[in-house]
Design a protein around this ligand. Sequence first.
Ligand code: NAD
Ligand code: WQD
Length: 338
Amino acid sequence: MNILVTGGAGFIGSHTVVELIEAGYSPVIVDNLSNSDPSVLQGLKNILGKDIPFYQEDCNDYVKMNKVVQRHNIEGIIHFAAFKAVGESVAEPLKYYQNNIGSLLNVLNVMQANGIRNLVFSSSCTVYGQADVIPVTENTPKKKAESPYGNTKAIAEDILEDTVKAGLGFGIISLRYFNPVGAHPTAEIGELPIGVPNNLVPYITQTAAGVREKLTVFGNDYDTPDGSNIRDFIHVVDLAKAHVSALNLLQKHTDAPYYNVFNIGTGTGNTVLEVIDTFEKVNHLKLNYEIGPRRPGDVVKIYGDVEKAAMEMNWRAAKTLEESMKDAWRWQKKISNL
Ligand code: NAD
Ligand code: WQD
């Protein structure tokens, strides 16, 4: 089954391409390389032993997308392509609405024109904001997004649900990812942030590699056991496998309109300081870090109830935080030539 993977040169998309091949699917990548590097394709080849069809195109381009879909007889799409920097989205909201919502609408139009039923969409736990009760289930009410980026995910989910409801022949799953970390255990692919990382784990690994002088922990006076924020850190390979499970599930629901959302996390929360501690322990090194002020907009604590994905998709995260921290460091050492 030929699957179009938009954003397939990115962090989560590239790991998903590997899992798709291992599950017997045939992925085709469309990525405009706006936040990724062509070296990812070589990494994929080193893991998979073959080239994956790749098109450097923009998902907002209807004509180009239509061509790729027809050329490869695409039967399903995983739509990763989006901008994801929360702070930048506050400064440049139109850029985010255009790319994240515009590309989704374009993908849906291309699907409809070509009779493609199945879509898996990258949503985010950001739609919950600071939930009143954790762990959050898929029924936890969504809160008004803190940023235009977060709002693109909330709006996208509404667009997808409405589109399915209209009975246009779609089967769609939104996966609400928690915090993806780690890298492929081969160290052939991993996270490649452009410029200063926004996210915790690449900041940790770059600090350990000497690319950054020190990590600042954004606050240790929260209402948590050690005062730092709590997140649900999921190994990117586990997250990638959830997309295979979602595609498999969509194929069981081909007779009627189908829309569903799933939390994709580990079901466990860890504090920022626990992550640092685990990184130091498993990799036998000391990290230069200091406690700084809170980062505006951070939720205090969140982790996911993941039983729905276990029950309905037969998927559960298997890797530990220790493995994530080892794999993240192995990858950083490779790209830093250490
Ligand atoms: P990423 O930036 O590594 O990957 C996204 C890829 O999409 C990049 O390779 C980029 O070049 C490409 N892209 C962006 N706009 C495009 C366009 N218009 N046309 C073609 N290609 C385009 O990000 P990621 O971490 O792999 O995230 C993948 C998806 O998961 C995104 O939708 C993101 O919002 C979502 N998500 C990420 C996280 C996270 O913490 N990484 C958490 C929740 C949800
Ligand atoms: C994790 C924790 C920081 C950097 C973001 C998006 C969210 C989702 C995932 C896409 C927080 C702390 C971080 C640093 C630190 N993305 N931290 N020092 O904020 O949970 O979520 O990515 O959908 O929408 O908002 O992830 O990795 O930025 O931060 O102390 O230098 O690490 O305060 O508690 P976050 P993150």
